[in-house]
Ligand binder design. Structure first.
Ligand SMILES: [Zn+2]
Ligand SMILES: [Zn+2]
Length: 131
């Protein structure tokens, strides 16, 4: 089974995942821009029982503009987010794809919050797209 390790930039906090992600999505929402520090975010979701976190972590809860609450797990040293979970979807753990630092990571199948996409961004490929 494929095994991957995601980590924060200082390497203190990591997540080992077994198997392929069940969903890879691109999100253009404003919270994802702020969290990632980038123009959009890409995250991969894995069944919670296939994710093993290690290292010291802190968490915070944020209510998104859809009204849903997400809990973010981040490194207290470098502040990098390594995992997050949406309330009501605790069986799936989302991991920022950048944390895997893997060039050949599986492509996204879903693009959400397209209405908040920066005008100079285009995510190519065949995928579901939602405003
Ligand atoms: Zn760190
Ligand atoms: Zn988002």
């Amino acid at each position: 089974m494929t095994q991957r390790i995601a980590s924060c930039i200082c390497g203190q906090l990591s997540a080992r995942v077994d198997g392929e992600p069940v969903r890879v999505s691109v999100c253009h929402c404003l919270n994802c821009k702020r969290r990632s520090g980038s123009a959009f975010a890409v995250q991969a979701r894995f069944p919670a029982d296939r994710v093993q976190m290690s290292g010291e972590a802190r968490t915070f809860d944020l209510t998104g503009d859809s009204g849903g609450v997400a809990t973010f797990t981040f490194c207290p040293t470098c502040s990098g987010t390594v995992a997050f979970v949406n309330a009501g979807m605790e069986d799936l753990i989302a991991i920022p794809v950048g944390a895997f630092a893997e060039v050949d990571f599986p492509a996204p199948g879903v693009e959400v919050y397209a209405e908040r996409k920066c005008g100079w961004v285009e995510v190519v490929g065949d995928m579901e797209r939602w405003d």
